[in-house]
Each structure stands twice: as C-alpha cells, then as structure tokens.
Write a protein that binds this ligand. Structure first.
Ligand code: PEP
Ligand code: MN
Length: 374
C-alpha cells in the first residue's frame, strides 16, 4: 500500500509525497524483469539517485509471437525483493484480471494499463472491475492509435470503478512505415487530454516514443516544456543485453546524466516580472485578431473566385496554380524563419477551407449575381 497522502489527484500532494521535492516524478526500471539480480542491481542504483518508483514489465505484450513475452509471475517475487532491499515503490503493467490479482497480492504499489490494452474497452472494463475498491494509483497509457476519446474512455472506466488516483502516460502512437520515432508522439493528444481532464497527472514515456537512446533527452525535454508532471524511462543495468527493447534502454548512470541535463521550467515566472509576459501576450492577442481578420477577408475573396468559376464553368481545383502558390509560400516563409513543414500545414489547411467555400458557391442554386462577381 502507498503511504497516506499519496494522492495522484492532487498534484502538489504527489510532488511532496512521492518525491519530497520538485517535479518531475520519475518512474524508472527495465522494460522487462529478467532476473532478481538485474532488478535488485538497477533498483539500488536508481534509489541512490533518488528515484522512488521502480518499473518492470512482468507480462510483455509483444507485437509478434516468438519475442520475449516476459518472465511471468516469478518476476513479481524479484520485484518484491528489490522493494525490500531499497524501499522503492514497485510498478508494473496489467493487461487482464489475472495480472491484477497477482500484482495486488504481490504488493505492487502502482499499476499501468498498456497501450494495446487501452485500445480495447472490453479489456479495460474487466481490469477496472477487478480493481474496484482498490486503493492504488492506476496510470493509463495512450492507445496505439491517435484516438483521445479511447484514452479518456479508459480513464473514465477506472474512475467509475472508484479508483481515486488515475493518471495518464503519453507513449506515442503507431504509424505506417519507419520514421524518426518508434511511436509518433502526436503531442496534440496529451494537450487535448489535459484540456478535457485538467487535473490529470500526466507522465511522458520518452523510451517508447523514441525507440532509441539518442532521442530520449529531446523527447523528455519537450515533455517538460509542455508541463508534464513526470517521466517513465526504461533503465537496465546492461541495456545492450536486454531481452526486450534493448535499443531504447539506458543505464542508471545515463539516466542520472539525462536528469542533470533536463531543464525544468515552471508555469509561473521565476523572477515575478509578469508585466513583460503580459505585454508579449498582448501582442500575440492582437496578432491573432489580425490573422482572423485576414483569413476572413481571404475567404471572402475565395467565394468571389468561386462565383467566377461557376460562371465560367471552371473546376474549383486549379492544380498548377495551387502547386505554384504552395511552393512560393514555402520559399517566402523560409526567408521569414518559418519552417517549410509549418507553412505547408497552414496553407494546406487554408486551401482546404477555400476549396470547401468555393464548392458551396459553385453548387449553390442561387443566382451568381447575388453572391457578387469579381
Ligand atoms: C512498456 O511500458 O514496457 C510497454 C510495453 O509499453 P506500451 O504499452 O507503451 O507499448
Ligand atoms: Mn518496453
């Protein structure tokens, strides 16, 4: 059981009771429990650097059969040994009712629901029923697809089952092909989650987003800059020997170094000169209004172009004109320190709306003269 006051729903309390110091909350440990020696060794080193929660996967949901699927129940005994040796709290993933019962009877202090399980409301409901009346924190990883509703739904199922301390772990989502990340972070997902459930404890899992050591700090830093409450990081005494996720695990010393390099910023200014920020925000507000006015004028013109096209039986999409416009904006944007990716997204969005507005005009039964011809 967690000590009294371990309240995930009240953030200031969590910071005090888990860390007794500032955020981020750190949950660290191997992807999978592999042996008692491995767990005790890593727990000792983590505990020495002040990490208070040890993670380890006991049952591993692997994408393909034949991969290492975890050591199973015996691993819980090894986690208990690590807990006894260091006083750390222990955390593992549960994916079904049997896992819940075994974890609870082994004195696991925190459980999380994995990404593949969150995607399945039946499975989440069964776990929630099994956890009914249990007084430990439960963290929910985002589903493997970019669906915030599924994530919120899983959190609601647990809350409805009476779990008071429900938090969320952001671990990115699957995508077709290969890219920079193992799982695309889709940062808008945790931002949207916070909008819907402002009080939720939000942990970032840079290990499963990055998929490789070299990207961990960048992802973790971004999470800190987005005001996440903590990090869950995979740490192994000998990462290259790990039975699962070897590429993304780091040693305890590397974790220490990563934590040293992380810059933790606060939502509140440290020097208390709020006027500077207020004046900058005033400028942003003015600019946002100007952008809205310009967009509205641009759409007026687009509608007029629509009626011209209707009159002249022209297609709404003029591919050559659009290609040229986009290239020009990307090029001009780069002179103004605006990334090509950003300008492309903005203009594709504007163009889509312009097309929709024109299609409405072109297909409207109204007399074109009433719309106003250019
Ligand atoms: C894990 O944390 O080891 C894990 C399997 O994560 P996910 O559910 O995010 O894939
Ligand atoms: Mn893993």
């Amino acid at each position: 059981m967690f000590p009294v006051g371990f309240g995930f729903s009240v953030k200031s309390k969590i910071m005090k009771s888990i860390l007794n110091k500032e955020k981020p909350v750190i949950i660290a440990g191997p992807c999978s429990a592999e042996s008692q020696e491995q767990l005790v060794e890593v727990a000792k080193e983590l505990s020495e650097q002040g990490v208070e929660i040890l993670r380890a996967g006991i049952w591993k949901p692997r994408t393909r059969p034949g991969s290492f699927e975890g050591v199973g129940s015996i691993g819980l005994k090894w986690m208990q040994a690590a807990k006894l040796e260091t006083g750390m709290k222990i955390a593992t993933e549960v994916a079904n009712v049997k896992h819940v019962y075994e974890a609870l009877s082994a004195g696991v202090d925190l459980v999380w629901i994995g990404a593949r399980t969150t995607s399945n409301p039946f499975a989440v409901q069964e776990i929630a029923n099994a956890l009914q009346g249990v007084n430990i924190p439960v963290l929910v990883k985002n589903p493997i697809n970019p669906d915030v509703d599924l994530w919120v739904g899983a959190i609601e199922r647990l809350k409805k089952a009476g779990i008071k301390e429900v938090g969320a772990i952001h671990r990115g989502v699957s995508y077709y092909g290969r890219g920079l990340y193992r799982n695309n972070p889709e940062w808008q997902m945790p931002i949207e989650l916070k909008k819907r459930i402002p009080e939720i404890l939000l942990i970032n899992d840079p290990s499963h987003i990055a998929g490789k050591r070299s990207l961990l700090l960048t992802v973790a830093q971004k999470a800190m800059d987005l005001d996440f409450d903590g990090l869950m990081i995979e740490v192994h005494p000998k990462p290259q020997m790990a039975l699962s996720d070897a590429e993304q695990q780091i040693t305890p010393e590397e974790l220490n170094e990563l934590r040293r390099q992380l810059i933790i910023r606060s939502e509140i200014p440290t020097n208390h000169i709020v006027e500077d920020l207020d004046s900058l925000r005033g400028s942003i507000n003015q600019l946002d209004h100007d952008i809205l006015d310009l967009l509205s004028i641009r759409m007026d013109v687009a509608r007029n172009i629509g009626s011209y096209k209707k009159q002249n039986k022209m297609t709404v999409l003029q591919q050559t004109r659009w290609n040229h416009l986009l290239d020009e904006m990307v090029e001009k944007g780069s002179d103004r320190k605006l990334s090509g990716n950003f300008i492309e997204k903005v203009y594709k969005c504007i163009h889509e709306e312009s097309i929709n507005q024109q299609i409405k005009v072109v297909n409207s039964a109204k007399n074109i003269d009433q719309i106003g011809v250019i």
